[in-house]
Design a protein around this ligand. Structure first.
Ligand SMILES: Nc1ncnc2c1ncn2[C@@H]1O[C@H](COP(=O)(O)OP(=O)(O)OP(=O)(O)O)[C@@H](O)[C@H]1O
Ligand SMILES: [Mg+2]
Length: 355
């Protein structure tokens, strides 16, 4: 099972649209997909026609220890499973402020026992608070939706700083899988410039130890398409709402590239007992030291991310010593073994017209 956080702290760049439609396209291709709505706005929940607050949600998973599968909604398009959100989730950061290991709750829930999914996509909120930190701690990979706009790269820099911090202190195997261009308009000069900048930025990181050293710019950009903006209000993905649209075409192409580039395995076997035990040991080591550190820590909701990372910092050294399975070398070995196909961005589909 691969856990992928779809993340960009900038609002309205296409995170939710990507999780909803890419998730559906992956499921169409036989991937067992679980989508987690980690945003109190609950847009992903609504996109799948689920009423926020009508049943259990990710809020109950994070604050009351409800197992993921007990909060999951099934029977949706292409057998996609959705763990919904609700507005109460906004209070979770405050409610969890005294909870030890609060940045690892989602990770522990996803690893507690084998789940029947090949891919878990997490729709993150547009912030870098505790909810996003939970996504980063739980994720194997990050996918970044980006709009080709002025200052897009500046936002990307800030985001990658946070990813780097979390990777160093909480989740060593964390990697950035790639960047997806959303609401792409190929006929503008600015788009071309942003694409060139992103490609240069990624090229410069090759061979370094940063978590995005192997990240790609997905060659299938998602063009601006009004049908993609319309379908959430109908509680449908683009594939049910307007299957012949350019939006459906783009997300279908992205799904194919995604499976190949991120090495998505369909019907994957569950992790071995050895790996599971090793992970539990690391988690326990982290929690133990974090507990000691938290006794004196004064956390405030405003600084939840920083405080959580600071709290875990001394724990990581201990955890790494205790269990080398999470070391950067091990992660790199795994990445090499996966023989991931990393293609440069070769120009997405042309044009920007409605279907
Ligand atoms: N390719 C597209 N073409 C046209 N409209 C789009 C496209 N992708 C997304 N949108 C629309 O743009 C708006 C923002 O998209 P979306 O909600 O996916 O962004 P987000 O990053 O999840 O936002 P937030 O940060 O608020 O969670 C929505 O109204 C959505 O329907
Ligand atoms: Mg969103």
């Amino acid at each position: 099972m691969k856990v992928i956080a779809v993340l960009n702290q900038k609002g309205g760049v296409g995170k939710t649209t990507t999780v909803a439609n890419l998730g559906c396209a992956l499921a169409e291709r036989g991937v067992r997909v679980c989508l987690i709505d980690l945003d109190p706005q609950a847009h992903l929940t609504l996109h799948y026609g689920i009423e926020p607050g009508a049943g259990a949600s990710i809020y109950d998973v994070l604050t009351a220890g409800k197992p993921i599968l007990d909060a999951a909604v099934t029977g949706l398009e292409n057998h996609v499973t959705v763990v919904p959100s609700e507005t109460d989730l906004a209070a979770a950061e405050v409610e969890l402020v005294t909870t030890v290991g609060r940045e690892q709750i989602l990770r522990d829930q996803l690893r507690e026992k084998p789940l029947p999914f090949d891919v878990v996509l997490i729709d993150c909120p547009p912030s870098l608070g505790l909810l996003t930190l939970n996504a980063l701690a739980a994720a194997d990979e990050i996918v970044i939706p980006l709009q080709a706009q002025f200052l897009a790269l500046q936002g990307l820099g800030k985001l990658l700083e946070t990813v780097s911090l979390v990777q160093r202190r909480i989740n060593p195997p964390l990697r950035v899988g790639g960047v997806v261009l959303c609401m792409y308009e190929s006929n503008t000069k600015l788009s071309g410039e942003v694409v060139a900048d992103v490609m240069q930025f990624l090229a410069d990181s090759r061979g370094t130890s940063v978590p995005w050293s192997e990240a790609i710019l997905f060659s299938n950009a998602i063009r601006r398409n009004i049908k993609l903006a319309e379908c959430p209000s109908h509680g449908k993905t683009i594939f049910r709402y307007e299957p012949n649209s350019r939006g459906a075409e783009d997300y279908a192409a992205l799904a194919d590239e995604f499976i190949e580039s991120l090495n998505i395995v369909r019907g994957a076997t569950e992790p071995t007992t050895e790996t599971t035990e090793a992970t539990v040991e690391v988690t326990e080591a982290v929690v133990e030291v974090a507990e000691a550190a938290t006794e004196t820590a004064e956390a405030t909701p405003a600084s939840a991310t920083e405080t959580a990372i600071e709290t875990v910092e001394p724990a990581q050294a201990n955890a790494t010593e205790a269990e080398p399975v999470c070391s950067r070398e091990a992660a790199s070995d795994v990445a090499q073994g996966e023989a991931v196909l990393r293609e440069p961005w070769g120009g997405g589909p042309q044009g920007n017209q409605a279907p």
